[in-house]
Design a protein around this ligand. Structure first.
Ligand code: FAD
Length: 373
């Protein structure tokens, strides 16, 4: 039986374990964190990511945890509503939205009886045919999969440094107390920044912040409470409450600089990178989880087609997937303008486009365009 050692139990790593396990691979997943992550932010699966979830048989479990369509309210800085997009208008056919923690939970549920999942463990050395783990074991490996995220240690060890392109933005996402009478998202978009509160009921409310920042590492050093208070402390509505909530558990927040990963190749010998480790497209593209699902599914297909010729399988897999990744990375560069519009004129233009979505004639066009992505 062939064995794959997979580094990282995020969406990319767990999907790889699921897909390869179905083809009879022995899979070992090592995860640095002591336990599975929960919560997080809402991820939308559409296009290839949705198709992959369907092929992998994950849709029933994902639908059961879907956050469903919700009303979206665009607000002024003081929290007063500017315009409302009713829930029915945000439905776009073949797509599902879930908390990232729920997506990982569904994947975990699907693989846990079939894979050797080791939390609190990492790979200390390995580039096939052996992987030395931090728990003291050495495993023979036909394939080493680096699915260890945007700051991948596997990437650094095998491909060297210099593939991470840091962008002048900081993002944060964290749980908050629910308060809305019905599921809704409240979003403020101003020059250089976005603040959103997604309130889907008890235990399902989170805040999301994105802003342009010329010194993101300095912001990370200061921590989420100081950095976000400085960038968003002037806003009204539910934002002050959200920042107070953050102050009670800053360690539970997702708070990071935004970086893309751009590599000329995703594999070397029997080591392959997958997901954010290989091609992080960033939140501004909104397809990172989808690409991780699709990438792992297609990797399984290529490995099955090429039998023991792993090199050929990896080459074919990469050729097939790269155009989608290049497209999403370009989309992310446009997405920055939506999350952090450079000027008031760009904000006005964005408002106009959102307003257009509420018009009956334009609505159908937008839905069809979204379904094609
Ligand atoms: C706010 C936000 C909103 C988003 N919205 C969407 C969306 O709507 N749609 C969408 O498709 N995508 C979205 N994304 C992107 C998506 O969440 C990511 O692209 C995706 O989760 C990446 O998965 P991954 O498994 O590649 O990496 P990660 O999720 O980073 O997982 C990597 C795992 O590896 C572990 N690890 C790291 N280093 C090591 C090591 N040395 N040894 C062992 N384990 C290690 C980590 O602990 C982690 O568990 C969003 C992202 C953000 C931040």
């Amino acid at each position: 039986m062939r064995r794959a050692v997979i580094v990282g139990a995020g969406v990319a790593g767990l999907t790889t374990a699921l897909r390869l396990g179905r083809d009879g691979w022995d899979t070992v997943v090592v995860e640095r964190a002591p336990a599975r992550r929960t919560g997080g932010y809402v991820v939308n699966l559409i296009g290839p990511g949705y198709d992959a979830a369907e092929r992998l048989g994950l849709l029933p479990a994902l639908e059961a945890r879907s956050v469903g369509p919700f009303t979206s309210v665009l607000v002024h800085p003081d929290g007063r509503p500017k315009l409302t997009v009713p829930a029915a208008l945000t439905e776009i056919g073949r797509s599902v939205s879930v908390f990232r923690g729920d997506l990982e939970a569904v994947l975990h549920e699907a693989v846990r009886d079939h894979t050797d999942l080791r939390f609190g463990t990492t790979v200390e050395a390995g580039e096939g045919p052996e992987a030395v783990l931090s728990d003291g074991t050495t495993l023979a490996a036909d394939l080493l999969v680096g699915a260890d995220g945007v700051r991948s240690a596997t990437r650094a060890a095998v491909f060297g440094d210099g593939h991470q392109v840091d962008l002048p933005y900081v993002i944060a996402a964290f749980p908050v107390a629910d308060s809305a009478p019905h599921p809704q998202a409240t979003t403020f978009i101003g020059p250089g920044r976005t603040a959103a509160l997604i309130d889907l009921g008890p235990g399902r409310a989170c805040a999301f912040f994105a802003y342009r920042c010329e010194t993101p590492l300095e912001a990370l050093r200061r921590g989420p409470v100081d950095a976000l208070t400085e960038a968003f402390g002037d806003l009204g509505g539910g934002i002050p409450d959200a920042l107070r909530h953050l102050g009670r558990d800053p360690a539970g927040a997702y708070f990071d600089a935004v970086s893309q990963v751009v590599m000329p190749r995703w594999s070397s010998g029997r080591t392959v990178l997958l997901g954010d480790a290989a091609w992080c497209v960033t939140v501004f593209a909104g397809h990172g989880a989808g690409l991780a699902l699709a990438g792992a599914d297609r990797l399984g297909t290529a490995l099955r087609e090429h039998g023991t010729d792993v090199t050929q399988a990896l080459a074919q897999w990469e050729t097939g997937l790269r155009p989608a990744v290049v497209r999403r990375q370009a989309q992310a560069r446009r997405g920055m303008l939506q999350y952090a519009p450079p000027t008031r004129f760009h904000v006005w233009l964005g408002d106009l486009m959102i307003r257009a979505v509420t018009l009956p004639g334009v609505r159908g066009l937008v839905r069809r365009a979204a379904a094609r992505t």
